[in-house]
Design a binder for this molecule. Structure first.
Ligand code: PMP
Length: 396
């Protein structure tokens, strides 16, 4: 047989232009350490450690036997699930949403956060992103060929973007912007004033706002996080992304929503018509149960994270590691000890203390000088982790 020419797979530039998965390396190193038989405490990722509440699991078990759900679901999902999220927003935030026009069902919030850039950005269009910030925003912008401009989040500014500091040449060009409170990675919370400033800035500049409310259910010290959609004028200029991953420990179920501006919701539904047929109906039924059933599990979960936060900060104080407590989310943003970069300290923590933490640089250049630690283990494990880090002798 004739020798065929060597066949070459030549990926599209869209693929080669994707941002590097910074944390893949960390995950690999952590797995290698655990494979050596070490007792690794992994606080580096954002994966909720507690199970989905039993009444939601039971709803899926029952729905799984219903043949109605064995067929394709309606393209943009079942109306009952859209009604359920609309009811939750009305009850929790006083926000009115039209379930048919102002709600899109997503395969997790991540999907919508990537899709919105593809829906709105042409190659070269400018998008404002927080720095540090959640890396999935970058992925969607890269796929759309958009250009990122960074809004630095600093301790001095309460980890909120300073709109007055954005050069007018950039603000004038921007078409889309991402905000995310309670914030990953800094744990900062935002109040109504911040969203008022955001709506003013974005309306003036003609920028669409994508509010990532993934940690909307996790606020501390008696302060409930506010939704962007509570701000007058918000729906005219943007959408909010909500997810069941954190509020109900349903990260593996992949249920999220885009809520608000009807035109953007319809663009998201349109792009999804081309990519998918909606989520398994049984999952949609269980998701509706999560949203309409008792919300005691949500309050208990937030209280659990608050107890963990307080235990962690007591332990940090005892080793002389000074840091600000987060106001929401399940992340703590801690300054690295003198003489270290975020990456060198995270490497040391893994090698010498078997503790996985995420280096701040992975979230953007303004993340340098910090590490992110997730409250994703019981109090005793968090205390054990801090004790081990304390023995490195770098604090106090
Ligand atoms: N936004 C932020 C800030 C997150 O941390 C996450 C989860 N890590 C998401 C969105 C997306 O979550 P999901 O896709 O599970 O809804």
């Amino acid at each position: 047989m004739e020798q065929t020419k060597s066949f070459k797979i030549d990926p599209a530039s869209r693929m080669t232009g994707l941002p590097k998965q910074f944390f893949a390396d960390l995950t690999r190193k952590a797995a290698a350490q655990a494979a050596k038989g070490r007792d690794v405490i992994n606080l580096g990722q954002g994966n909720p450690d507690l199970p989905t509440p039993p009444h939601i699991v039971k709803a899926l078990q029952e729905a799984a036997t219903n043949p109605v759900y064995h067929r394709y679901a309606p393209f943009s999902g079942f109306l009952f699930l859209k009604e359920a999220i609309a009811r939750r927003y009305k009850e929790d935030y006083g926000v009115e949403l039209d379930p048919e026009k102002e709600v899109a069902i997503l395969f997790g919030g991540k999907t919508g956060l990537v899709e919105i850039s593809q829906c709105l950005l042409n190659p070269g269009d400018v998008c404002l992103v927080p720095d540090p910030g959640y890396p999935d925003y970058w992925s969607g912008i890269a796929l759309a060929g958009g250009r990122m401009e960074y809004m630095p989040l600093t301790a001095a500014g309460g980890f909120l973007p300073d709109y007055d500091a954005i050069p007018s040449g950039i603000a004038d060009k921007a078409k889309l912007m991402f905000v995310n409170y309670p914030n990953n990675p800094t744990g900062a919370a935002a109040g109504p004033d911040f969203y008022k400033r955001t709506v003013e800035f974005a309306s003036r500049q003609g920028i669409v706002v994508a509010s990532d409310f993934a940690y909307g259910a996790i606020g501390f010290d008696g302060v409930q996080p506010v939704s962007f959609l509570q701000t007058p004028g918000a729906k005219e200029i943007g959408v909010e992304f909500y997810t069941l991953s954190k509020s109900y420990n349903m990260a593996g179920w992949r249920v999220g929503f885009a809520l608000g501006n009807a035109e953007i919701v319809s663009l998201i539904n349109l792009i999804q018509d081309h990519y998918y047929c909606s989520l398994f109906g049984g999952i949609q039924a269980a998701a509706a149960e999560a949203l309409t059933g008792s919300q005691a599990c949500v309050r208990e979960l937030a209280a659990t994270y608050e107890r963990r936060r307080d235990a962690l900060f007591a332990a940090l104080a005892s080793i002389g590691w000074q840091a600000e407590k987060p106001g929401g989310s399940f992340f703590c943003w801690l300054p690295v000890p003198n003489g270290h970069t975020s990456a060198s300290f995270a490497d040391l923590a893994l090698e010498k203390a078997d503790v996985v933490i995420a280096p701040g640089i992975g979230f953007g250049t303004h993340g340098e000088g910090y590490v992110r630690l997730g409250l994703l283990a019981p109090e005793a494990r968090l205390e054990e982790a801090v004790g081990r880090l304390g023995s490195l002798g770098l604090f106090g």
